[in-house]
Design a protein around this ligand. Sequence first.
Ligand code: NAP
Length: 290
Amino acid sequence: MAGVCSGMKQIYAIGIGLIGGSLAKDIKRLDPEVVIHGISRKEATLNEALALNLIDKKATLDDIHKADLVIVSIPVDATVALLPTILDKISDHTLVVDAGSTKEAICKSVEDHPKRRNFLAMHPIAGTEFSGPSAAIDNLFLGKTNIICEVEKTAFKLQEKALKLFEGIGMRMRYMHPVAHDKHIAYVSHLSHISSFMLGKTVIEKEKNERDIFDMASSGFASTVRLAKSSPEMWTPIFKQNKDNVIETLEEYINNLIQFKALMEGDNFEAVFKEMKDTNHIRDILNGII
Ligand code: NAP
C-alpha cells in the first residue's frame, strides 16, 4: 500500500525502541519513499537502529525544523519534559504525535503552546514485554486500537494525515478525554503489569534456593508473569504519572485478594468456586478482542 504518509516524506522518530522502531518499520514498508531519521539519547541505540534498517539516517533535535512528521516514542516523563521544546523547533506544517501510555500530563505539558494545533496525542494499544530497537517488529499495530485524545485541539488537516497513516498501518481509532484514558488504562494495563511484577517477585523470593522448582513452572505461570519482563525504565514514569489511578486500582485488587484468602481460611470453597465462576465471564467480555 503506497502513500499512507500523504505528503509526509521526512519523518523524524524520537525514540526508536519497541514502539518507535515498529512504527518506523510499518511506515517504511507501506510507503518506501519516506526517509526515516532517528533521534535518540545514546549513539549506540542509533547505530543499532541503523544496522536493523529501522532508520535511514541519524539526526538531532536541531534537524526537526525539516520534519513533515515527528513521532515521539520515549518514556512518558521524558515526553512531558521534551514535548514543548519539540513544538518550539518544528515548522508550521509539521505534525507531531506521541505514543505515551499516559495522556493527561502529556496533554497538559503543551496545552498553552502556540503550536498546540500541530500535536496529536495518542496511545497505540499494542506492545510486547521487550524493549529497545531489537524489539521492533512488523505489524505490531495491525488490528489494534489507537486511543486519540483531545483530537479537537489538533489542526484538521493534520488530523486527516494522522488518520490516514494510522488506518493505513491497520489501527482503529477511539477518541477519549485524557483524564478518562488514564483512569481506564490503569485497570486494563497498569494493574496487570504490577500484578505480574509482584507475582514474579513472590515466586522468585520463595524459590530462590530451589532453582529446580522452575522446571515445574507451567505455561500458566509463564503467561501470567510474562509482563514482569517489561522495562522498569518505561514503567516507573508511567506509574509515577498515573499514581492516583493506579493506587485506586491496587486498593480494589488487594481487597479482592484479601477476600479470596478469607474464603479459603474459612473453608468456604463454595464461595471460592462462585468467585471463579463469576469471573469466567471475562471470556465473553474479551471474546473477539483478544
Ligand atoms: P523502549 O523500547 O524502551 O524505547 C524507548 C526509547 O526511548 C529508546 O529509543 C531510548 O533511547 C529512549 N529513551 C529512554 N529513556 C529516555 C529518556 N529519559 N529521554 C529520552 N529518550 C529516552 O520503549 P517503548 O516500549 O518503545 O515505549 C516508548 C513509548 O511508548 C513510551 O512512552 C511508552 O509509554 C509507550 N508505549 C509503550 C507500549 C509497550 O507495550 N511497550 C505500548 C504503547 C505505548 P536510548 O537508548 O538512546 O536512551
